[in-house]
Write a protein of this length. Structure first.
Length: 194
């Protein structure tokens, strides 16, 4: 899952949300020296990634994208899940998307003095560019996928996934709903024991 889903599963705890956000941007040394208030969010992020990667619905999601982007399919699946989360927003969250975006950005602002440089810079770019808004439309998703082309190690065109989402949206949405309902339950259980 991408930024939005990680924020949602760690909501309403701002420390969990902030730690969850920075997890992908930390090296081992930074993670080991991280302030304890953020460390649980990093652990939760890692747990969410493991949970997601092992879920059968995610394997099905990946199969939609495999023909056009090969081994990058899991990356496109993670990103597109944020789009489906937005589409089903009222099923999962009791605040408006706009208000939630503000809460997520506030969680980053409040804790950014604890972030190492790379995640701090990324958080600032995210807030300034209102990245969470991109998941609200296929046009925004196309922009996100285009940006991913520039970050990929090997030549790939992530934008080829957008027509697939348009054609297979109903099937993908059903897979997402089933997956995310289970993920929310599992995340609540994780928070209780960690």
């Amino acid at each position: 899952m991408n930024f939005l889903a990680h924020f949602v599963l760690s909501y309403p705890d701002p420390e969990l949300m902030a730690g969850n956000f920075i997890a992908d941007f930390l090296n081992k040394k930074e993670q080991d020296s991280l302030d304890i208030c953020l460390y649980k969010g990093v652990e939760m992020h890692q747990w969410i990634d493991q949970y997601t990667d092992s879920h059968p619905n995610i394997s099905s999601f990946n199969r939609f994208f495999n023909p056009v982007i090969g081994h990058y399919a899991p990356v496109a699946s993670d990103i597109s899940m944020d789009y489906f989360l937005y589409k089903n927003w009222n099923k999962y969250i009791d605040v408006s998307y706009l208000e939630f975006s503000k809460l997520a950005y506030d969680a980053l602002r409040i804790h950014d003095y604890l972030f190492p440089e790379k995640p701090r810079n990324t958080a600032h770019r995210m807030i300034e560019g209102d990245w969470l808004r991109q998941y609200t439309s296929l046009e925004g998703m196309k922009y996100v996928m285009y940006r991913m082309n520039q970050r990929a190690k090997y030549k790939v065109d992530f934008t080829l996934t957008i027509p697939i989402i348009e054609v297979e949206e109903e099937k993908m949405n059903s897979l997402f709903i089933e997956f995310f309902e289970q993920a929310q339950i599992a995340a609540k259980e994780w928070k209780l024991v960690n």
